[in-house]
Design a protein around this ligand. Structure first.
Ligand code: ACO
Length: 328
């Protein structure tokens, strides 16, 4: 019998129906489908209705993951929601989800590691499970970024979308599940991607000529250089740590910020593009929701089947990054 690991028992995703295309954005700001497609690979993104928030998206994704796992909400002992767009400072999104799905036996907390959030959540959940503290943990990446995007700013408004993805994790000793993770942070580099909370410094106001500091600002090219480097490095590092190779890996599922970042990482890793999952064209960057939605779609499309080794890898605000090697 193997050590106790967090195994993926079920997956679910939820995306709002409303689609914002590049053609729609051409009417809103000075941009073009050609610029957006060549610079980012994004064709469209989903936008939640005005009265729909991250907790609503998270709740739907959670219900679908529970269905997929054949588990009831009462069996869940811990809920972790990763994201940067909580409905409120308190109660946390995870507590709202706990109420909505009736997970009356679950502890609940939110985790903010920006776009790396789902990988941090997967790693934390694996620690709770492998220590024996919990058997069944629900992790969710949920974002309503359209609420914090300035739709007058062409530098950012073409990039982001809304969605949620969830995974039910359960204790397993059959050799599958999370083999290992690498997490990292560089707070000193955090200035290149910001979204204000209570504190608003002069610099935050200057950076946002349209006035609202509760919108995303970033130095895109700095983030991009950092992203390509850490995506490749942390994929290599996690595989090395768990004693596996890229050849043995069926699929790499990266954070979906930009097709050029994904292709750049593939080049650095010297691996075929078809080993790297991408759905960035359909949804854009949904921060913490990208990785679980991509994982869900990798399974739905048959690219990942039981027994396959895969790597989740991401980077984001903080700055943060992470990777985790898992046998599905
Ligand atoms: N349409 C047309 N032109 C545009 C647009 C647009 N939507 N946006 C910017 N431009 C212009 C710029 O103004 C600039 O013009 P200038 O040369 O006259 O000044 C020109 O295009 C080039 O801009 P760059 O910033 O150099 O373009 P780049 O090739 O770096 O692409 C992008 C920009 C897509 C933002 C890229 O840098 C990127 O994807 N960075 C990573 C972002 C990311 O991954 N963030 C993830 C974390 S998000 C999170 O954690 C919440």
């Amino acid at each position: 019998m193997c050590e106790i690991r967090a195994k993926i028992a079920g997956l679910g995703k939820f995306l709002p129906d409303r689609i914002l295309t590049n053609a729609d954005l051409e009417k809103m700001v000075d941009t073009s489908d050609e610029w957006i497609t060549t610079r980012t690979g994004i064709k469209e993104r989903r936008i939640a209705a005005d009265d729909v928030f991250a907790s609503d998206l998270a709740t739907e994704a959670a219900k679908r993951a529970l269905d997929d796992a054949g588990m009831s909400a009462e069996e869940i002992e811990l809920i972790i929601v990763a994201g940067v767009t909580p409905d409120m400072y308190t109660p946390s999104t995870s507590c709202i989800v706990q109420k909505n799905i009736g997970a009356v036996n679950a502890a609940a907390f939110d985790l903010n590691a920006a776009c790396s959030g789902f990988i941090y959540a997967m790693t934390a959940a694996n620690q709770f499970i492998s220590s024996g503290m919990y058997k069944n943990v629900l992790i969710i990446g949920a974002e309503c970024l359209s609420k914090v995007v300035e739709y007058k700013d062409r530098n950012t408004c073409v990039l982001f979308g809304d969605g949620a993805g969830a995974a039910v994790l359960t204790a397993a000793t059959d050799g599958t599940g999370v083999l290992g993770s690498v997490l990292g942070a560089d707070g000193a580099g955090g200035e290149c991607l910001t979204l204000c909370g209570i504190r608003e410094d002069e610099i935050d106001k200057e950076r946002r000529p349209y006035g609202n500091t509760r919108t995303i600002w970033m130095d895109g090219s700095k983030v991009m250089k950092f992203a390509v480097r850490v995506m490749a490095n942390s994929t290599k590092e996690v595989l090395e740590n768990v004693g596996k190779t890229l050849d043995e890996t069926k699929l790499i599922i990266p954070h979906q910020a930009n097709k050029r970042i994904i292709d750049g990482a593939a080049k650095r890793l010297e691996c075929d593009n078809d080993k790297i999952f991408s759905n960035v064209d359909k949804y854009g960057n949904m921060s913490a929701a990208c990785v679980p939605i991509a994982l869900c779609e990798a399974v739905e499309s048959g690219k990942l089947t039981r027994g396959d080794l895969f790597v989740l890898v991401g980077f984001g605000g903080g700055l943060t990054w992470g990777s985790t090697a898992i046998i599905y």
